[in-house]
Ligand binder design. Structure first.
Ligand code: DAK
Length: 259
């Protein structure tokens, strides 16, 4: 991967989108690298959580690459949108929890990439927005769908129609991010959260992600059945036996084994 750096700290993977000259804008090569990143992380059963960030101090991702997009035909535009959507959906459905550490501009495809992650933490210098209508296009990597689901249709429509950027404090107020940190503290906070998650029983954590994501797609009657099945499956794991056994024996549980 040329444009995505991958580092591992115990059970946490930290991926950095690395195209700082273009503020980490998403061209076809970056999208291909993100696709490879997901395959690599998914294949490593020792990774329990992923933090995704951008290189440099200025940007998480400043959007899809406007230079690459500017001359697309209708068919090429659809193909480019599908390439991005496929990768973002693959990120969204990764079995392990994902945290976007938004360290600066998260515009267009950058805002959309952060929304494909489970949790967004940001620096106080972060700026979010869907500027596409100002460029003569719609958001194309799921922005119309994920923003509306995340912050509600009224606020999503206002931001998308107006193409207005918002700063970190407003992103927090509208529920786009979970927390804001001084820029220099962001990565430590994201890694700490990832490490905290990684200490819990990994199979149970993955089951929770699946239950929440899949449950949100269906009605409540079907959703609770999804939860019941995943809940039941935990009773076949060694980690459940250790976790509950430790409680009953009034001791601290052993590190979970992902089994
Ligand atoms: N694409 C390509 N290059 C970009 C870029 C981008 N999105 N953003 C920044 N860069 C490049 C700049 O061109 C500049 O390159 P050089 O001139 O140095 O070669 C370098 O990064 C530094 O940028 P600036 O000089 O502009 O830096 P400033 O600090 O002055 O400004 C900025 C930072 C983030 C405010 C500004 O760069 C900016 O406004 N960037 C564009 C932000 C934007 O509009 N992003 C949204 C892109 S639209 C779809 C698929 C996908 C999408 C839509 C449809 N389908 C196929 C349906 C997604 C669309 C988008 O994401």
């Amino acid at each position: 991967m040329t444009h995505v750096l991958l580092e591992k700290k115990e059970h946490v993977a930290i991926a950095t989108i690395n195209r700082p000259k273009a503020l980490n804008a998403l061209n076809s090569e970056v999208l291909a690298d993100l696709n490879e990143l997901v395959d690599t992380v998914n294949a490593d059963s020792d990774i329990y959580a992923l933090v995704l960030t951008g290189s440099g101090e200025k940007a998480f991702v400043a959007g899809a690459d406007i230079g690459e997009m500017s001359t697309l035909t209708k068919a090429e535009g659809e193909a480019f949108g599908k390439k991005g959507n496929d990768v973002f959906r693959k990120i969204e459905t990764m079995p392990i929890p994902t945290i976007a550490a938004v360290n600066g501009f998260a515009l267009g495809g950058g805002c959309e990439l952060s929304m494909a992650c489970d949790i967004r933490l940001c620096a106080d210098t972060a700026v979010f927005g869907q500027p596409e209508t100002g460029l003569g296009i719609t958001p194309g990597f799921g922005g119309t769908q994920r923003l509306a689901r995340l912050i509600g249709p009224g606020m999503a429509k206002q931001l998308i129609y107006s193409a207005r950027n918002i700063k970190a404090d407003e992103a927090l107020r509208v529920g786009l991010v979970n927390a804001v940190y001084p820029a220099e503290e962001l990565m430590a906070a994201a890694e700490k959260l990832a490490a905290t998650i990684a200490k819990n029983a990994p199979i149970a954590v993955r089951a929770c992600k699946k239950a929440i994501n899949e449950g949100l797609e269906v009605g409540m009657d079907e959703a609770v059945v999804i939860e019941e099945k995943l809940f039941g499956s935990c009773f076949e794991t060694a980690d459940q036996k250790e976790g509950m056994g430790a409680f009953l024996e009034k001791r601290k549980h052993e590190p979970y084994q992902n089994k």
